[in-house]
Design a protein around this ligand. Structure first.
Ligand SMILES: [Zn+2]
Length: 125
């Protein structure tokens, strides 16, 4: 394990000790991911959003004006993702699994919709 201390890229309130862990920031719940840490636009990793997207989410979740709407959006996003994961599991059992590519495209579409809504919300901050 490499000993690298670094600040949480989302909230800056927490100091991680190493990259090779699945440690979660106690303030914003960002999970350590070296690929996402190196590329702030990379969205495939331990976190459902890229660092840049997560920062927008963090901003709207911590703003008094947008907090409530942001929480509803986040809940929607999470349940959509969960439902998709469940659906794909069922399809797999029935042997008509969509390709990984199709699944990825659907996850990306849901993510981009969510990010678009977050961006709109951020304008009110
Ligand atoms: Zn954090």
């Amino acid at each position: 394990m490499r000993e690298v201390g670094f600040e949480c890229p989302i909230c800056g309130k927490y100091y991680f000790q190493e990259f090779d862990s699945l440690e979660e920031c106690p303030f914003c719940n960002w999970v350590v991911n070296i690929v996402q840490y190196d590329n702030y636009d990379f969205s495939e990793g331990s976190n459902a959003l890229s660092v840049n997207e997560y920062r927008i989410e963090h901003t709207v979740l911590n703003n008094i004006i947008t907090k409530e709407a942001a929480e509803i959006l986040r809940e929607e996003f999470r349940s959509k993702r969960n439902n998709m994961q469940k659906e794909f599991r069922v399809i797999k059992i029935e042997q008509t699994a969509p390709s990984c590519e199709e699944m990825c495209q659907q996850f990306v579409a849901v993510r981009l919709q969510y990010v678009e809504k977050l961006n709109q919300l951020q304008r009110h901050c």
